[in-house]
Ligand binder design. Structure first.
Ligand SMILES: O=C(COP(=O)(O)O)NO
Ligand SMILES: [Ca+2]
Ligand code: NA
Ligand SMILES: [Zn+2]
Length: 283
């Protein structure tokens, strides 16, 4: 069933588990995520970046996600990932998204508060939940890139002020993850996470979670992460399955035959994530 992001994440926050937020760009990815969620009885967040909406069209993503959510036997939220453009954010709200991110992390602190407050006002009036970001998460997610040197960790004092002034429902924090594949092994600042959780006592979001070792993810969940963003690991599963199939079946040209195995491969990866996050049987 279609629910708000807050409904899903408040439960995760209260009970100390995390829910996967998986990026979608096409029908097969949506279906893989929903199949994984139903097979593990897990709540789930379907999310699209501005780049994903540009590729498929917001109406297509919204239509597929709404059908998927309404038919699903588990709670599903539909989320705009890394919204930076106010008009885009309102368009998603108008198209039935139940959660939006305003990523004002590239602005100075006070400006981030201002843009976030504006989105919270309009989204909450429409019954839609809001995620914001404080601190700069490195790497590239579609149309958003932050250089290593500019990535700055979230300051707990600033976080407290930010949340009080904006009223956001959940906060994306920078504690050492980066979007996209990692070169070395990411070192997460668990002490910082622990402090921020104690100060904020609200759902927290981890971006750039593909490629983070399982133990680090589990430790982050135990310390208060409740929404975990995954994009790259789904892309890698899709890519591997399609290349394998095409290599081994050079004469097959039916898109269903080429994309079907990719849907299966993505589903398996996503089920694995749900197990690590602790969202299995939480629906
Ligand atoms: O944070 C993410 C996903 O990051 P990854 O591609 O590293 O999983 N999307 O907002
Ligand atoms: Ca950012
Ligand atoms: Na990553
Ligand atoms: Zn992200």
């Amino acid at each position: 069933m279609l629910v708000t992001g807050k409904e899903i994440l408040q439960d995760a926050h209260k009970k100390g588990y995390a829910v996967g937020a998986f990026n979608v760009n096409n029908m097969e990815i949506v279906q893989a995520i929903i199949q994984a969620a139903e097979e593990t009885n897990s709540p789930v967040i379907l999310q699209a970046s501005q780049g994903g909406l540009k590729y498929a069209g917001v109406e297509y993503i919204a239509a597929m996600a709404k059908v998927a959510a309404e038919k699903a036997k588990v709670p599903v939220a539909i989320h705009l990932d890394h919204g930076t453009d106010f008009t885009q954010i309102v368009k998603c709200i108008r198209n039935g998204f139940t959660s939006v991110m305003i990523d004002g992390s590239k602005h100075p602190f006070e400006e981030n508060i201002a843009v976030t407050k504006k989105v919270v006002e309009i989204a909450h009036a429409a019954g839609v939940s809001v995620e914001a970001e404080l601190g700069k998460i490195g790497g590239t997610e579609d149309d958003i890139t932050v250089d290593e040197k500019d990535a700055t960790f979230t300051d707990p004092d600033e976080a407290e002020k930010f949340v009080k002034e904006t009223g956001v429902d959940y906060l994306a924090i920078a504690i050492g993850t980066a979007h996209g594949p990692y070169k070395g092994e990411p070192k997460l600042d668990f002490d910082r996470l622990k402090t921020i959780k104690e100060r904020l006592n609200m759902p927290l979001v981890l971006h750039g979670s593909s490629g983070v070792p399982e133990e680090s993810i589990k430790k982050a969940v135990s310390l208060g992460i409740n929404k975990i963003n995954i994009d790259t690991d789904i892309r890698l599963a899709f890519n591997g399955a399609v290349r394998d199939f095409v290599k081994n079946n050079p004469d097959v040209y039916d898109p269903r035959k080429i994309l079907g195995p990719a849907r299966e491969a993505m589903k398996e990866v996503i089920k694995g994530k749900m197990t690590i996050f602790g969202s299995v049987d939480r629906a």
